[in-house]
Design a protein around this ligand. Structure first.
Ligand SMILES: *Cc1c(COP(=O)(O)O)cnc(C)c1O
Length: 361
């Protein structure tokens, strides 16, 4: 027996499984399984990536000053309190490393993002799952689950894979009711899709126990570049910067994110097309007898009558070259998560689901 063993909790981690991107034997697939921007990367970001190739022998900056300044200007924030990470996943992981360990509890909601659990287990902390109310965050249930051991509370708002969200007054009530030693992490991966919602930025500034995370992977169309950021109390940001790798973001990633932020036409078009096509898709599916909750993000959680029906529909969609996401591991076995694609993709997935409902197998 080897005496070389990993830290406690690590072997309990269920490996993260990403959205499928191909189907054996089927060509011309459309991928609607990873909530990616259907319009491809912004041309400005592509150009920045090409330009960055000339300087690849140079180390990137360690302080991300230019990108932080650009984010601060775009969102009206204090640049000193921004930290950039390799996707927002890295910020979530750093928070676990810095604030939780064996004996500590990390709360996430029933249908919350898989990374919260993985992050907690990776540092030996105990993940605590809190029930939602009909696929919506239940603030009272979270507050009731808090103990002296609670260190972190993860909440995606809007949530993935449900697409639902709670209002800022409810988020504020949650932050105000947490025990003194607990930090609220507001995951705003889909915040930009919600008109007039700041992701919780003002709440971060008003309190000392809230951190917000954001990403360039969704609305900004840079999932492959891996850039995210956090906004928090100065002392929390200082803590995270101590454990962050000094060169965590490549010069290419920094340049791409900065350019994407500046391409406001791309961002606006992505947002408005998502709003329009999300409504169209939800209605088309409802007409085929497939309901969904009102989504605030760039995907729809389509509900079927049973797990069998959801799986059969997924199998049929794959045979037609349409890849969506099964969400059984998120305790939603009757549902399929469908990213809002471009218009042709939305029409194709709705058409296929209509055929399936009409008896095609
Ligand atoms: C996609 C997503 C993220 C973003 O992850 P990145 O590491 O920034 O690509 C974070 N949280 C949730 C809930 C997501 O769905």
């Amino acid at each position: 027996m080897t005496k070389i063993t990993p830290q406690p909790g690590i072997m309990d981690i269920a490996l993260y499984v990403g959205g499928k991107s191909h189907v054996d034997g089927v060509s011309n697939v459309i991928k609607l399984s990873s909530n990616e921007n259907p319009f491809g990367p912004s041309p400005a970001a592509q150009e920045a990536v090409r330009r960055s190739a000339l300087d690849l022998h140079r180390y990137p900056p360690t302080d991300h000053a230019d990108l932080r300044a650009a984010i601060a200007a775009a969102h009206g924030l204090d640049a000193d309190r921004i930290i950039c990470g390799v996707g927002s996943d890295e910020i979530l992981t750093l928070l676990c490393q810095a604030y939780a360990g064996p004996g500590d509890e990390v709360i996430h909601t029933e249908h919350g993002f898989a990374i919260y659990r993985i992050g907690a287990q990776s540092v030996g902390a105990t993940p605590i799952e809190v029930p939602e109310r009909e696929r919506v965050t239940d603030v009272d249930a979270i507050l009731a689950a808090c103990t002296d051991a609670t260190r972190l509370v993860f909440l995606a708002n809007p949530n993935n894979p449900t697409g639902t969200m709670i209002g800022l007054a409810e988020v504020e009530r949650l932050a105000g009711g947490l025990p003194d030693q607990a930090l609220l992490v507001l995951d705003g991966a889909y915040a930009e899709y919600v008109d007039g919602y700041d992701g919780g930025a003002r709440l971060v500034e008003a309190r000392d126990n809230v951190v917000m995370t954001r990403t360039f992977s969704k609305l900004y169309g840079l999932g492959g570049m891996r850039v995210g950021w956090g906004y928090g109390p100065q002392d929390v940001v200082d803590v995270l910067n101590r454990i962050r790798g000094p060169f965590n973001l490549s010069s290419t990633a920094l340049a791409a994110a900065e350019a994407a932020l500046g391409d406001t036409a791309y961002v606006e078009r992505s947002r408005s097309e998502n709003t329009r096509l999300r409504a169209w898709l939800a209605e088309a599916l409802a007409e085929h007898g497939v309901p969904s909750d009102a989504s605030c993000a760039n995907f729809i959680l389509a509900r079927f009558g049973s797990q069998d029906e959801a799986e059969a529909c997924d199998t049929y969609l794959q045979s037609q070259g349409v890849i969506v996401r099964r969400v059984t591991s998120y305790k939603l076995p009757n549902a399929l998560r469908i990213t809002v694609g471009d218009e042709a993709s939305c029409r194709r997935v709705a058409h296929c689901i209509g055929q399936f409902k009409a008896g095609a197998r």
